[in-house]
Design a protein around this ligand. Structure first.
Ligand SMILES: [Zn+2]
Ligand SMILES: [Zn+2]
Length: 308
């Protein structure tokens, strides 16, 4: 769950799902509405958004026919935008989020109307007007790697997993030689999976991430961020439970997933990324080595009796 609020704290809201289609809009309306160089915005599903405080303070301004931008009547903070032609989604001013949406802006739009005194310095794709194709993360975004690899698959979306994704994730974990021996696909799903999901979701240093391709979840992994004293005090990221749908293996998706993971760990200020792989997974070990991981340590595990 993600939380947001206005400047005066009179208005607060919650979002159950993820924020998608994050971008920077440089149009003159957005610049005026925000009093800023551009508007950073995303979209949320209307059904997953709720006001938890101060809905009576929310005012709407029709910036264009059928587009209703909302703001706090007391402090003027921009909140959500309603669209008459698409009531299922809301536009969201990212600046009022109190939590990290995990997904990141992927392009600049209406760059043709950009403020003359503002210079765009990142390498995200820029569109003179609105995007000419559906907005999805660029195959190789901010880091400028070239996309010439013929195995490069189409656009993928990375987001925090939702409770509704848990069954799909367990199916992915079980659809594997080693996983099939330890996962349970009973229906309804054993309670322990949902409890584990809740614990991960509540913890700001844990993220269960799914990779979506053409609307379908095809990959999953968990990231844990660990502060530590050695190496002069720093943060490291630990990756667990990596799985790519069998049907999508060997098409570059795993590489894409890990390029995202590496950037995510960097964004979180980590200076080390670590994982362990079962020694029987020789393909996986070769894959990690090809990404630059070095098998410099022996990993040790001690199985403990399960408490009842
Ligand atoms: Zn306010
Ligand atoms: Zn705009």
């Amino acid at each position: 769950m993600l939380r947001g609020s206005c400047l005066c704290q009179g208005v607060a809201f919650e979002i159950d799902g993820s924020v998608i289609d994050l971008l920077y809009c440089h149009c003159s309306m957005c610049r005026k509405a925000h009093g800023s160089a551009f508007r950073a915005r995303g979209k949320v599903r209307t059904s997953e958004f709720r006001w938890v405080r101060g809905e009576a303070l929310v005012r709407y301004y029709d910036s264009s026919p059928g587009q209703h931008r909302s703001f706090c009547a007391v402090c003027g903070s921009n909140l959500v935008t309603r669209f008459d032609d698409n009531p299922r989604v809301l536009g969201l001013a990212l600046g009022v989020l109190d939590d990290d949406p995990v997904n990141r802006p992927i392009c600049h739009v209406h760059v043709g109307s950009k403020a003359p005194w503002h210079e765009i310095t990142d390498t995200l794709p820029r569109f003179q007007d609105a995007p000419t194709r559906p907005v999805a993360p660029a195959p190789h975004d901010a880091d400028g790697r070239d996309g010439s690899d013929p195995a490069t698959p189409g656009p993928a979306l990375f987001r925090r997993a939702l409770r509704d994704d848990v069954a799909t994730i367990v199916r992915l974990l079980a659809d594997d030689t080693l996983g099939s021996q330890r996962e349970s696909l009973a229906d309804p799903l054993p309670r322990a999976y949902l409890d584990a999901f809740e614990a991960i979701d509540r913890d700001p240093n844990n993220e269960l991430i799914v990779m979506q391709h053409e609307g379908e979840i095809i990959g999953v992994l968990q990231m844990t961020y660990i502060p530590y004293l050695t190496h002069q005090g720093s943060w490291r990221a630990l990756v667990e439970g990596v799985r790519i749908d069998q049907r999508f293996r060997g098409a570059g998706h795993g590489r894409r997933l890990f390029e995202w993971v590496i950037r995510r760990a960097e964004q979180r200020g980590c200076t080390l990324l670590q994982l362990t792989s079962d020694k029987r997974r020789t393909d996986a070990i070769r894959f990690y080595e090809s990404l630059g991981f070095v098998a410099s340590h022996e990993g040790f595990k001690l199985k403990l009796p399960r408490a009842c």
